[in-house]
Design a protein around this ligand. Structure first.
Ligand code: FES
Length: 121
């Protein structure tokens, strides 16, 4: 189902725009000028990714720093920090993981028509 999710001006660089389409929580984000949509749910603990910082087309989970490519959803780094501030030493990553393995996030089709951004769920 395709729905209007935002206007282009709502989606800045460096931070995502969170919304809900057809009951699905998503984050709209930019990478190299293009707009992409990913699920607003970190596969580690299911917490929201949307407030995470976006750099080089990757969003960092604000809770434990796992990073995801906003275009492909690919997990590019797993459990790097606590609250984006304190680094997680390698020896304790297994404890923080609590059995969860690196996993990608879902992505969704984005279409831009004029100033309107549509997402297909
Ligand atoms: S909740 Fe996202 S990395 Fe832990």
């Amino acid at each position: 189902m395709k729905e209007k999710a935002a206007t282009i001006s709502q989606i800045g660089d460096g931070k995502g725009f969170c919304t809900v389409i057809s009951g699905q929580k998503i984050v709209l984000a930019r990478k190299n000028g293009q707009i992409y949509a990913i699920e607003n749910k970190c596969p580690h603990f299911g917490l929201p990714l949307g407030k995470g910082k976006i750099e080089d087309g990757q969003i960092a989970c604000p809770f434990h720093g796992s990073r995801f490519d906003v275009e492909t959803g690919e997990n590019t780094d797993w459990l790097t920090s606590l609250g984006g501030v304190l680094p997680i030493p390698n020896w304790s990553r297994g404890l923080v993981a609590m059995g969860k393995k690196p996993t990608s996030v879902k992505t969704f089709q984005v279409d831009v028509d004029g100033d309107d951004v549509y997402v297909t769920i």
